[in-house]
Design a protein around this ligand. Sequence first.
Ligand code: ADP
Ligand code: MG
Length: 495
Amino acid sequence: MSFSSLGLSAPILTAVTDKGYQTPSPIQAQAIPAVLSGKDVMAAAQTGTGKTAGFTLPLLELLSQGPRARNKQVRALVLTPTRELAAQVAESVTTYGKHLPLRSAVVFGGVGIGPQISRLQRGVDILVATPGRLLDLYQQQALSFSQLEILVLDEADRMLDMGFIHDIKKILAILPPKRQNLMFSATFSDEIRTLAKGLVHNPVEVSVTPRNSTANTVAQLICPVDKSKKSAALVKLIQQGDWQQVLVFSRTKHGANRLAKALDAKGITAAAIHGNKSQGARTKALANFKSGEIRVLVATDIAARGLDIDQLPQVVNFDLPNVPEDYVHRIGRTGRAGADGKAISLVSDEEAKLLADIERLIGKNLPRTLVEGLEPSHTLPETDLTPKRHGQHKGPRNPKPKSNSQRSSNRSGNGQGSDKAGQPRRGDQAQGNKEGQGRRRTGASTGTSKPTSEGQQAQNQAQNQGKQEHRDGNAPARRRRRRRPSQGAPKPATN
Ligand code: ADP
Ligand code: MG
């Protein structure tokens, strides 16, 4: 399978080659022809599988064929849940569209609206936007949708999680009814299907991975450790493994700040990124992390959502997430699009139940290893994976050491545990990982795309303005995906 067999024209194929892609990822191979057919498309594939190019490439192809956008008009609207994602998608549009005469723009909150209004004055073929700012611009009559051909909802599941449903409905109401609709999401949850009912018509459905299976090329490992020793354990792992680029997840903003300080104090450069940080601070921390200036980025779930950090070798869960699905999203930060990665979770005995929920969700017991000198005072119970009625989460049922077959229920485990922290057994990785022994290099990010005018402009703009409190990307109440409809009110956002 090659890009040239998908129906894309030469200017786009050249840009793809320039970017260094050789073969389309599975979701791209399915989504690109579907989008080119002009039908509505619903696509689901886990994080890191290349969904952005999956809609951007055919979008550019379709738009290159029609009449250019007139003043204030938008021909294709791409909605994303966060500013960072908007900037990343816009950068992809610029990269893949660099040989086409199309105009694009990106708009999000937290930065001045004036330059965005001027940019829209002459009309744009593609507008990438976060919902709140888009509505503001519409109210100020900075844009019009009478020429709109295509609507894309990127990371649709995240949009719902972050409480954007009302904004999305308002936006749908102002778009012309006759248009092509594309929905891209990590999963096809029930909520996504409900949203889809009012949005897509006879869609082509494409999906490449079953829900909640964890990325194939990610080696996962659990380090049982006492809560009070987690910082020390992390420092030790980073030093022993000589990790140069680590994304660390913290459950709380406060915890993220504390941990970044503690690492800095140990001579490990670190920055925290979360919803209380200004847009400027977040953009700067991300840029420094990508360039290798800082080794550790400590992030909360919302801040890290959807961030594309090329070939991230190492992810650490300093705390386990409250919602097991978030574990899958978190470790999707590493091992992206075929690169291999490692995900290590520091788990204290208070988190035994969270771990059990995660292991049940992904359908396997994760291998464990102890950090030398920081062994926990309590043993973590093993999770019993045999199906049982919902809600019954009991302690250890199976006192025997787990068998190989149990361990490798999902993949071809080789049955060998890891002997050393930071070196998970290879057998836990995908069979199909043909890279063999080749460890990814861990220096400054390798394949970071060259900043392009548009994306760079957006990032600079974000950097120059330190303002933060705005709807976009800071949805006040994040609606957690509830596991049972009968459960009570959604949890307040911790993030
Ligand atoms: P998703 O939206 O599914 O989470 P992205 O679109 O952000 O994933 O892509 C993840 C990473 O994979 C990016 O770094 C992107 O440059 C890279 N990528 C996308 N498509 C390909 C491809 N065909 N070949 C190699 N790398 C790719
Ligand atoms: Mg994406």
